[in-house]
Design a binder for this molecule. Structure first.
Ligand SMILES: [Zn+2]
Length: 159
């Protein structure tokens, strides 16, 4: 099986405390390459929220299937923060198929989608619980995104 062509370089983990509301307007100027990067704004935002909620986690894990963005080992939980365009969030405005080279994109997205599905399947068979959070969810209702994670975390703690 061949890895994604785009080599994923190690990206240094930024201090979560550096994140504040001032970056909110920055997402409007995103271009594709930035959305594609490993360390996206929605991802940092969610990490910041999780951190504030007192959760401990690791980021950019490269050993687990699909390389989850956030790993909460203690809770047996991994979180993917998916860019709506690259991962083709269904019925999402950010996930419109480009009008040029349509076939190229369709094929590319199809591959990404099956890679994503396979990762979830593999993670679940390893006993992980998997949450996928979409970029637009975090932009629109970050509290809701946080709550989705917290609900799973709390469920595990119950006797
Ligand atoms: Zn979306």
């Amino acid at each position: 099986m061949r890895n994604s062509k785009s080599a994923r370089n190690e990206i240094s983990v930024e201090s979560v405390s550096a994140i504040d509301g001032s970056s909110v307007s920055a997402h409007r100027s995103w271009n594709m390459s930035r959305i594609r990067s490993r360390d996206t704004l929605p991802e940092r935002k969610l990490r910041s929220l999780l951190h504030r909620a007192g959760l401990r986690f690791r980021v950019n894990n490269t050993t687990l299937p699909g390389k989850p963005d956030i790993v909460l080992s203690r809770h047996g939980l991994v979180v993917f923060v998916h860019g709506c365009f690259w991962h083709q969030h269904q019925d999402c405005d950010l996930a419109k198929l480009p009008k040029t080279r349509t076939e190229f994109w369709r094929e590319k997205f199809e591959k990404t989608r099956s890679r994503d599905q396979r990762a979830v399947f593999e993670l679940e068979s390893l006993g992980w619980r998997v949450i996928v959070i979409w970029e637009c969810e975090i932009e629109r209702t970050e509290e809701l995104a946080l709550r989705r994670v917290l609900e799973v975390v709390t469920a595990r703690k119950a006797p």
